[in-house]
Design a protein. Structure first.
Length: 144
């Protein structure tokens, strides 16, 4: 209930057109919702409650699931099996570069598995918007 109420209020923040529901939930022990602290079904329950709150708000921002770090991992697949992508407009993931800014070897190989996951869950969206990695069919809004 707290996630729903927070999202319902936060959705009207005028400078935010989209919200990511946590970051790096797949990184063990890195934050309160991480694979080391919370299970994928617990994260998904919180994500769904927040997404419903955002959806019920007048602002109706785009919703992103937790940005995952690097390669697709079992935690991301568990979230998918718990139907997290039916509540998200965006599946967020990011790769890393080395300290000098060059690419990490084989980092780009992490992209196709994420796209495959999103495409395999296509059509299960709870309400409006397509879910391609980092995009939506909804038009962007400008800040006021």
């Amino acid at each position: 209930m707290a996630a729903y109420k927070y999202a319902l209020a936060a959705a009207n923040y005028p400078q935010a057109d989209a919200w990511e529901i946590w970051n790096e939930a797949d990184a063990p022990g890195s934050n309160a919702f991480s694979s080391g602290n919370e299970s994928a079904d617990q994260y998904t329950a919180m994500m769904k409650a927040a997404a419903i709150g955002f959806h019920d708000s007048p602002g109706k921002p785009l919703i992103s699931d937790a940005g995952t770090a690097g390669q697709r991992k079992p935690y991301t697949d568990l979230r998918a099996r718990n139907d997290v992508f039916s509540y998200a407009d965006i599946h967020a993931f990011h790769l890393y570069a080395t300290d000098d800014g060059s690419e990490v070897p084989n980092a780009w190989g992490g992209i196709p598995p994420h796209l495959d996951l999103v495409n395999s869950t296509a059509g299960r969206r709870r309400s409006g918007g397509s879910r391609k990695a980092g995009s939506s069919s909804r038009s962007p809004r400008h800040s006021r």
